[in-house]
Design a protein around this ligand. Structure first.
Ligand SMILES: Nc1ncnc2c1ncn2[C@@H]1O[C@H](COP(=O)(O)OP(=O)(O)OP(=O)(O)O)[C@@H](O)[C@H]1O
Ligand SMILES: [Mg+2]
Length: 298
C-alpha cells in the first residue's frame, strides 16, 4: 500500500527532502550568544532515512525545528522538497512526532488522528476513512474509541505517529520519539517504523541518543559535535532496504560494525578537540560498504 503522494509543484519532483547549506542558528541570551548550530550542510534524499545523533545540546532539536519552520536560521539556506520550510509546511509536506506523544486527552484516539485533517478542512467521511486506515497501519484499530489515558506509552506514541502520517507527508520529522519507552517496546516500535516507512516511502529525519537505534533504522547516521553544533561526520549504514531489515539484523556482524563506527565517531566528537579519530574510522566503514552513498566526512 502506498499512502504517500509525491510532492507536487515546480521543481519539487527531483528535489531532495531536505537541503541545508551553511545553516547556522545563534540564540541571544543574557550571558551572551549561544551558537546552537553553525555551517550545517546536509542533504536528505527523498525517501531516505537519516538519523541525527550527538551530545546533548549539540543542536539536533534546533535543526529539526528549522526544517519544520518552527524557527528560522540566522544564516544559510534551507529547503524542503525544493521549497522554503514555510511553503513546505503550508503544502503539508511533512509530519512531526516528538518525544512526548502530545495527544489531546479529551479526544478519542480516532479524533486525535483526525485532528490535522480537521484543521485543514477535510470532510468527516474522508477523515474517518483515513483515520481507520492509519490506525490499522499502526495496529490500533481496536482502540479507535479509547482515550489516550487508556493506552500504554508505546500505544500513545503509535497514535502520535499515525497522526503525523495523516496528511501523507513525504517527510517525517521525529525528535526522540521512542525516548520514553522501555527497551522491548522501543525495539518493537523501531521495527514498526521500518515497516511504515517501507509502506509510505516517506523520508525520515530522526533524532536519537541511541546508537543501535540510529544504525538499525537509518540509511545514514549524521554525527554532530557539541558547541557549536555542526555536522562532524556522516556514516553510511547501507544494511539494506527498510523492508528487508529484520530483527536478526540486530545480531549481525555488519550491524555491530556500523554501531562501532558511529560510537567511535561520537567519542571523537565528545572531547571537543578536533577531527582526529572519529572521522577516519567511520568514514572508512562507510566507504567500504556504502560507496557512493555519501560517506562524506566533514
Ligand atoms: N529558544 C532557545 N533560546 C536560547 N537557547 C536555545 C533555544 N533553543 C535551544 N537553545 C540552545 O541551543 C543549543 C542546542 O539546543 P538543542 O535543543 O537543539 O539541543 P539538542 O541537541 O536537541 O539536545 P538534547 O539532546 O539534550 O535534546 C543548546 O545550547 C540550547 O541551550
Ligand atoms: Mg533535543
Amino acid at each position: 500500500m502506498s499512502t504517500t503522494h509525491p510532492p507536487t509543484g515546480p521543481g519539487a519532483s527531483a528535489a531532495p527532502a531536505v537541503e541545508a547549506r551553511g545553516v547556522s542558528r545563534t540564540f541571544d541570551s543574557r550571558s551572551g550568544e549561544v551558537v546552537a548550530l553553525t555551517g550545517v550542510d546536509l542533504t536528505v534524499r527523498a525517501g531516505e532515512f537519516v538519523a541525527l545523533i550527538g551530545p546533548s545540546g549539540c543542536g539536533k532539536s534546533t535543526l529539526l525545528r528549522l526544517i519544520a519552520d518552527l524557527d528560522q536560521p540566522t544564516a544559510g539556506e534551507l529547503t524542503v522538497f525544493g521549497r522554503t520550510p514555510r511553503a513546505a509546511r503550508q503544502n503539508q509536506d511533512y509530519g512531526i512526532a516528538f518525544q512526548q506523544a502530545g495527544l489531546l486527552p479529551w479526544r478519542t484516539v480516532r479524533a486525535n488522528v483526525e485532528l490535522p485533517l480537521e484543521l485543514h478542512g477535510t470532510g468527516r467521511a474522508a477523515r474517518g476513512a483515513r483515520a481507520r486506515e492509519l490506525l490499522d497501519l499502526v495496529g490500533l484499530a481496536e482502540f479507535a474509541e479509547h482515550h489516550p489515558h487508556q493506552l500504554s506509552g508505546g500505544m500513545q506514541q503509535r497514535v502520535a505517529i499515525a497522526r503525523a502520517l495523516a496528511e501523507s507527508p513525504s517527510l517525517l520529522l521525529m525528535d526522540e520519539p521512542f525516548g520514553a519507552l522501555d527497551e522491548m517496546t522501543r525495539e518493537h516500535m523501531q521495527t514498526e517504523l521500518l515497516r511504515l516507512r517501507a509502506e509510505t516511502g516517506a523520508a525520515v529525519v530522526f533524532v536519537t541518543h541511541s546508537i543501535p537505534e540510529a544504525v538499525y533504522l537509518s540509511d545514514r547516521v549524521v554525527v554532530m559535535s557539541a558547541r557549536p553544533g555542526r555536522v562532524r561526520e556522516i556514516v553510511s549504514v547501507a544494511l539494506g532496504d527498510a523492508a528487508d531489515r529484520s530483527e536478526d539484523l540486530r545480531e549481525d556482524v555488519a550491524f555491530f560494525d556500523r554501531v562501532r563506527a558511529v560510537r567511535e565517531s561520537l567519542h571523537g566528537t565528545g572531547n571537543g578537540t578536533g577531527n582526529g579519530t572519529g572521522a577516519g574510522t567511520g568514514t572508512s566503514t562507510g566507504a567500504a560498504t556504502g560507496a557512493g552513498r555519501g560517506a562524506d566526512a566533514r
